[in-house]
Design a protein around this ligand. Sequence first.
Ligand SMILES: [Zn+2]
Length: 104
Amino acid sequence: MKRKHLLKPVKQQKIALERINILFREAKSMFREDPRLSDKYARLARKIAMKYKVKIPARYRRNFCRHCLAYLMPGKNLRVRAQRGHMVYYCLNCKHISRFVYNK
Ligand SMILES: [Zn+2]
């Protein structure tokens, strides 16, 4: 019986999550050299997340624009401002504003 290729969803999700982690790490390290490549990685990571129905880890969720899906680097294509109770993320790529509520 050839069943090795039929991975259990849980295992697939774990692999998907690993790939997402790798993609965001790569996106970060590539940004200085080629921001467009970082965008590609961020999009790919999001695609994987949707396909396997996994959540993008919280630490990466703010690293890309929800609107244009560009990889965001504070001080480069992202402006972060703190307002009462929340953070305002302004994507300089598409001018989209995202707000995140403080967890503390
Ligand atoms: Zn954007």
